[in-house]
Design a protein around this ligand. Structure first.
Ligand code: KG4
Ligand code: ZN
Length: 346
């Protein structure tokens, strides 16, 4: 068993890759403050994130969010010993706002700067100590990362090495939730709304397809979206939204759980983590936890506010890298696309 070590700090972390402006202060793996300012209301009227509007909203929010996070942590800016920031992947204009702010703070305080891959943040989110939550996994573990842009199954061998085991070949799980919710008239972003509707629904009333993939641990959700469209068109006014939502949730959760368990079983890994925005889904959390419990496996998932996008998880990666003596220069760039690195904590 290899452990992961974190920098005493305190450090400041910033995340602006999509539609949340977030800043956090951490010492070691303890989160002192985590502030998230969401742009959901702004983008809801367009039914999705508008990149230009997102960047402008980050510009407006970033300084107030920074001030709030220092205050909530009871830490003075002069006490910061490092700055971590998401620099990839994400909306370029949005990322630029966070990276510019991070460079400014690091320069002003004379402390090191580290750029962090957003997905590595989700991966390490389970290591946080946050309020009552303190349940870090051991290595190796199998991580299911499910968010609006990603669906990946990753074998995290050690703090230094991760291996991609499977991924979606089309839509991400969060996209499947959001697109289905939109077709059912539930607004944007639809994951949470769909979960709420599904509470009182009968998942068996409308049978939806389960996709086959060529590789056993890959996922495919685009067929589900088409099936939901057909269902909505054929049922029209007769459609029971609760039952349809329950059927969609069941189809997504089942695909995720079945493949994750199969991979864990075949790879012989008895420690599972569930991270990313879709990890906030109650049905998914409960089902995976129950299945792990039945098998005597250990299951780890962060509290809901560390599942959806947040800077605290970025701080955990930055903290581990800073302790390892890594840092980036002030010419740190942003990237819209970037492969998941093999955990850069070297
Ligand atoms: O990780 P995240 O906050 O942002 C990305 O990096 O994409 O994930 C956002 C996604 C959205 O698709 C949203 O609908 C989904 O997570 N989500 C949920 C729930 N809460 C958020 N999906 C299903 N059930 C939920 N309770
Ligand atoms: Zn995310």
């Amino acid at each position: 068993m290899s452990e992961i070590a974190f920098f005493e700090g305190p450090i400041l972390a910033i995340e602006t890759s999509c539609d949340e402006t977030s800043a956090s202060i951490l010492t070691g793996r303890t989160i002192l403050s985590s502030i998230v300012s969401s742009q959901v209301d702004l983008h809801a009227k367009w039914g999705g994130v508008v990149p230009e509007a997102a960047a402008r909203a980050h510009v407006e929010a970033i300084v107030p969010v920074l001030m709030e996070t220092y205050e909530a942590a009871g830490v003075d800016p002069s006490e910061i010993r490092g700055v971590a920031v998401t620099n990839r992947p994400g909306l370029v204009g949005a990322l630029e706002v966070g990276v510019s702010a991070a460079k400014a703070v690091a320069f002003a305080q004379g402390v090191p700067l580290v750029g962090v891959h957003h997905l590595e943040g989700h991966l390490l989110s389970v290591f946080a100590k946050w309020g009552d939550f303190d349940h870090p996994p051991t290595f190796p573990h199998l991580a299911l990362i499910v968010s609006g842009g990603h669906t990946e199954l990753v074998e995290v061998v050690s703090p230094r090495a991760a291996r991609l085991v499977g991924h979606t070949i089309d839509d991400a799980a969060g996209e499947a939730f959001d697109k289905s919710a939109r077709l059912l008239g539930l607004g944007y972003p639809g994951g949470r709304a769909l979960q709420d509707q599904a509470e009182r629904g009968d998942a068996k009333r409308y049978p939806l397809p389960r996709a086959q993939t060529a590789r056993p641990y890959d996922f495919s959700f685009s067929g589900l979206k088409t099936a939901v469209l057909r269902l909505v068109e054929s049922e029209r006014d007769r459609l029971n939204v609760h039952d349809a939502a329950a059927a969609v949730q069941e189809a997504i959760v089942e695909a995720l759980v079945v493949k994750t368990l199969r991979a864990a079983d075949e790879l012989g890994i008895g420690t599972l983590t569930l991270v990313g925005g879709v990890a906030a889904n109650r049905a998914l959390r409960e089902r995976l936890e129950r299945e792990c419990f039945r098998r005597g496996w250990s299951f780890h998932t962060p509290p809901l506010d560390l599942c959806t996008d947040n800077a605290a998880m970025i701080g955990l990666v930055g903290s581990a890298r800073l302790l390892a003596g890594q840092r980036d220069e002030f010419d740190l760039e942003v990237f819209s696309n970037a492969e998941l690195p093999s955990l850069e904590v070297r």
